[in-house]
Design a protein around this ligand. Structure first.
Ligand code: MTE
Ligand code: MO
Length: 223
């Protein structure tokens, strides 16, 4: 099996992220996704409706920037490109030059993605994983899945998609560990200022302790 540079296979699919000290956010009774930003008027669309527009199945590996990869995950959902064409473009004034998209989760997590990367054929708004509805560890009720980009692009518990005509303000602009804007796994675009190779060994020491933290969840369930 070929993995992107600097990645190692882990068993199962750990719950991971910047949020491990919190339980996953509760799933709302009627989940909606708000579409806002550079649209004429914001709209709220039931999450299930977005994920059901154009059902696809995709098997892909998942790569966290910290160096672990979960392999052979089977996602189901709708390509983001379909959501954009059917539900977003009609909301835009003609000629609005959308350049960036912000995906926000119910826990406040955000990922900033260039529109062209978000429109790639392998980017899904997913509501099922391995034949089951997404569980809370992995992003219930719906999440973004962009397997060609590191995990931090793949916002879970999606509740808002905001469209921008220029790069939005970037919270970690001055951080030496700022995330890479494009985060393409095959280019090893982990960080903006540091080459991927340099940070690999640091991350490696963190994977085991962080996995322990998340072990109560999905690893056990997936066996
Ligand atoms: N809402 C939300 N989405 C998130 C995160 C988060 O903390 N909150 N962490 C990101 C990171 S860093 C990773 S590696 C993946 C982990 O996905 P998993 O928990 O399904 O393994 O989720 C991403 N999406
Ligand atoms: Mo990650």
């Amino acid at each position: 099996m070929t993995l992107p540079p600097g990645q190692r296979v882990v068993e199962g699919f750990p719950r991971f992220g910047t949020h491990l000290h919190h339980p996953p956010p509760p799933v709302p009774e009627h989940p909606v996704i708000e579409i806002d930003g550079a649209v004429r008027a914001p709209v709220r669309v039931p999450a299930g409706e977005l994920a059901g527009l154009d059902r696809r199945e995709m098997t892909a590996d998942f790569h966290c920037v910290a160096g672990w990869s979960a392999t052979g995950l089977r996602w189901e959902g709708t390509p983001f490109a379909t959501v954009y064409r059917l539900r977003v473009e009609p909301l835009l004034a003609p000629g609005t030059p959308i350049s960036h998209v912000v995906f926000e989760g119910l826990d406040g997590f955000e990922s900033i993605v260039e529109l062209d990367d978000a429109l790639a054929a392998d980017v899904l708004i997913a509501d099922r994983l391995d034949g089951q509805p997404l569980d809370s560890d992995h992003g219930a009720p719906v999440r973004l899945v962009s397997p060609s980009q590191y995990g931090f692009i793949n916002t879970k518990h999606l509740c808002r998609i905001t469209f921008h005509t220029a790069a939005p303000p970037d919270p970690d602009k001055w951080s030496p560990l700022a995330s890479h804007h494009r985060a393409r796994v095959w280019e090893e675009e982990r960080h903006r200022y540091l080459p991927g190779r340099v940070v690999r060994p640091v991350y490696r020491t963190l994977i085991a302790p962080i996995r322990k933290l998340s072990a109560r969840g999905s690893i056990a369930r997936r066996g």
